[in-house]
Every structure is written in structure tokens, then in C-alpha cells.
Design a protein around this ligand. Structure first.
Ligand SMILES: NC(=O)c1ccc[n+]([C@@H]2O[C@H](COP(=O)([O-])OP(=O)(O)OC[C@H]3O[C@@H](n4cnc5c(N)ncnc54)[C@H](O)[C@@H]3O)[C@@H](O)[C@H]2O)c1
Ligand SMILES: [Zn+2]
Ligand SMILES: [Zn+2]
Length: 341
């Protein structure tokens, strides 16, 4: 079967790989749709690890139900891509996102567990979730990033009437902005360096205002519009400069949620956080409950995630899809890959 494997910095190659075979335990799944995530883009940018088959946001059809007696062939499923140990304190208290093992064998994020950028994958049974019939394959691939946004918003503790700034209008930023409104935020702004994406957040009606982070008057524009600062600032860009702007635009007593991933050190005078009595929280992944909440929200049409999907491209166009998502000018936010196209 074919796979898109990470070959080098910003480079995929389409290869032939071995199809996984049933082992009585893992669930063998034919991939229907797979999403491209901002985290995948970090791996692509770094070209590491070589040979990686990404795709941790997917919908598929069961070929072999492995050890799950409650599932059968052709059931439509998705899975939490994480690999928690299941018995540490974090796992036992319903917080697998804190488990030390969570990312070591994650689907599509580790070499030993290929993700959806191929035809068939083998997934550990306890992470697989059957999808209701009223969720499409495309929506199924949107559950994982939606759950990331939901977790961030739960940590933000937004109150009705709050003013919220979301930094970065990629899928995580857009979903977070959507949930911030649902939580009762009175004003939600998005800042972006990609003007097309920023404007798109207004068109999609998830933000009330867009601030261009490339504008030389960027901070001034925010101070003019929101003189007292934001109650909550959520960084969904992973850019260190953006984190600095969060410190400058959050209101005294406010909260900063860091969702974006950056390994570059950030330098800031801690006195800013002291004087403003800031709460700064990281947000990683989601709980299983939040993941399931997103399935219900989508299935019951409480949220529309399809408005964020810009295109569905064949596996052989994976390279093109990544280039489009990183052009810095294209308004596309979410591209799904269909390995059967
Ligand atoms: N914490 C988690 O659990 C988790 C889960 C998924 C993704 N992530 C991370 O969240 C981030 C967003 O994910 P995504 O899929 O939306 O990625 P994305 O790359 O599609 O979106 C990031 C956006 O930030 C914008 N941006 C860059 N610098 C900026 C700046 N200085 N100011 C404003 N905007 C800026 C980019 O133009 C881009 O549109 C990534 O870093 C990703 O790795 C974290
Ligand atoms: Zn993701
Ligand atoms: Zn654990």
C-alpha cells in the first residue's frame, strides 16, 4: 500500500509500505480521511523523524476488530492518537494527557505507529471510538483538533461577557474562538500574520475583529479597541513573538493559555506577570471525555466543523497540501487527505 513518508526538511515521498496484519489485539483500520495538523507541520519543517507517516486525526473503517468484541468489520471509527500507559496517577485520574507515555507511541507522531497518510493502520484497541452514523468521514477527521480547542477553552474558564484574544487563526485558533463565543465571550478577536486567514475568521463568524500581527501599529490597534486589555488571551500560534504580545495585551488579573507549541526560549521580565497578577496555563491535548464531547457536539449539529475544511486532496498531493497550508498567504486552514482518491 502507498504512504506519504517524511523524507527530509519540508519533503514527503510517496512510498510502498507493508500493510499491517491482524494480531488479535490491535484494530486494523482502512483510513477514509486524515487531517493535517499544525503539529504535523512542525515535524515537516524539521524533517524529523525521517520515515514518519503522519496523520493523527482520522476516520476509518474497521477491517479487523482485534480484541474489541464490541466492534465489527466495517464499523466507522476514529481514535485518540495518544498512547497513555493506563495505570499511572495521571491515567487513573482521567488525565491521560499528563501521562509520560502519552506521546511516545502516539499514532502518526511516532515511527512505530503510522498515522492516516496511508491506506491501512493498526491502532491499540482502547483508544478506538465508534462513530455515530450521523457523523461523516470528513467530520470524523475533525474531532481531534476540535477536542484540542475544547480543552483549551475549559482551562480558560471564560465568563459571560469576557473579552478574548486568540493568537493564530489556524484550525486550533478558529475552534478555540468558536468555543469562546459559545462560552459567552462578549468579544473575540483573532490576531494573525496571514491576512487571508485573519479575514477568514471574520467570514466564518468565529471572531468579531481581526488584528494583523504584521501591522507596525499592531499593539496600538489592540489598545485602541480594547483599552483595558483582554480577560483571556489564548496563544494558538506557537510563535514566541506572539507570546510576548499575549503578555502585553492581557488585562491585569487575566489569564494566558498556551496551546501553540514552540521549543524556542521566550524572554520576558517576570515583573509583567507579577504586576498584572497573571495566570499562565499550558494546554495539552484533551481528556477522553472532551474527545467524546466533541463527537456529540458534531453529531448533534451543535457545532459546524465542516466550515473549517477547505479541501480534500489525494495522498499523492500531500506535499502540495503542506505547501499550501504554509504559504503564509493562502486562506486554507484545514486540508484533509483521502488516501483512496
Ligand atoms: N497543545 C496542544 O495540545 C496542541 C494540539 C494541536 C496543535 N497544537 C499547536 O498549536 C499551534 C496551532 O495549531 P494549528 O493546527 O492551528 O496550526 P497552524 O500552523 O495552522 O496555525 C498557526 C497560525 O498561527 C499564525 N501565526 C504565526 N505567528 C503568528 C504571530 N506572531 N501572531 C499571530 N499569528 C501567528 C500562522 O500564520 C498560522 O495561521 C501549533 O503550534 C500546533 O503545534 C497544540
Ligand atoms: Zn492534531
Ligand atoms: Zn499513564
Amino acid at each position: 500500500m502507498k504512504a506519504a513518508q517524511l523524507e527530509d526538511i519540508r519533503k514527503f515521498k510517496i512510498t510502498d509500505v507493508q500493510k499491517p496484519t491482524p494480531d488479535g489485539n490491535k484494530i486494523i483500520i482502512d483510513v477514509m480521511k486524515t487531517g493535517i495538523c499544525g503539529s504535523d507541520i512542525h515535524n515537516w519543517d524539521n524533517g524529523q523523524p525521517k520515515g514518519l507517516i503522519m496523520g493523527h486525526e482520522f476516520t476509518g473503517k474497521i477491517v479487523d476488530p482485534g480484541s474489541r468484541t464490541d466492534l465489527k468489520i466495517n464499523d466507522r471509527v476514529t481514535a485518540l492518537p495518544i498512547s497513555p500507559c493506563g495505570h499511572c496517577e495521571a491515567c487513573e485520574t482521567g488525565n491521560p494527557q499528563y501521562c509520560k507515555e502519552t506521546w511516545t507511541h502516539a499514532i502518526g507522531l511516532s515511527l512505530d505507529n503510522p498515522g492516516g497518510l496511508t491506506n491501512t493502520i493498526a491502532v491499540r484497541p482502547d483508544m478506538v471510538i465508534k462513530l455515530p452514523n450521523n457523523i461523516t468521514d470528513e467530520e470524523g477527521a475533525m474531532i481531534e483538533p476540535t477536542a484540542v480547542g475544547l480543552h483549551a477553552i475549559h482551562l480558560a474558564n471564560i465568563k459571560v461577557g469576557d473579552k478574548v484574544l486568540v493568537i493564530g487563526g489556524g484550525i486550533i485558533g478558529l475552534v478555540s474562538a468558536m468555543f469562546a463565543k459559545l462560552e459567552g465571550a462578549e468579544f473575540v478577536a483573532i490576531s494573525e500574520t496571514n491576512e487571508a486567514r485573519g479575514k477568514k475568521s471574520l467570514k466564518l463568524n468565529v471572531a468579531d475583529e481581526f488584528f494583523n500581527a504584521k501591522d507596525s501599529n499592531f499593539l496600538q490597534n489592540i489598545y485602541t479597541k480594547v483599552p483595558n486589555g483582554f480577560d483571556i488571551v489564548i496563544d494558538c500560534s506557537g510563535n514566541t513573538k506572539a507570546v510576548e504580545s499575549a503578555l502585553m495585551t492581557v488585562k491585569p488579573g487575566g489569564t494566558i493559555i498556551l496551546v501553540g507549541v514552540s521549543t524556542k526560549p521566550i524572554e520576558f521580565a517576570s515583573v509583567i506577570a507579577v504586576m498584572k497578577e497573571l495566570t499562565i496555563k499550558g494546554s495539552i491535548a484533551y481528556t477522553k471525555e472532551e474527545f467524546k464531547n466533541c463527537i456529540s457536539l458534531i453529531a448533534n449539529k451543535k457545532i459546524d466543523v465542516m466550515k473549517f475544511v477547505d479541501d480534500i486532496m489525494p495522498l499523492t498531493d500531500t506535499q502540495k497540501a503542506y505547501e499550501r497550508l504554509t504559504s503564509g498567504t493562502d486562506e486554507a486552514v484545514k486540508i484533509l487527505i483521502d488516501p483512496n482518491k
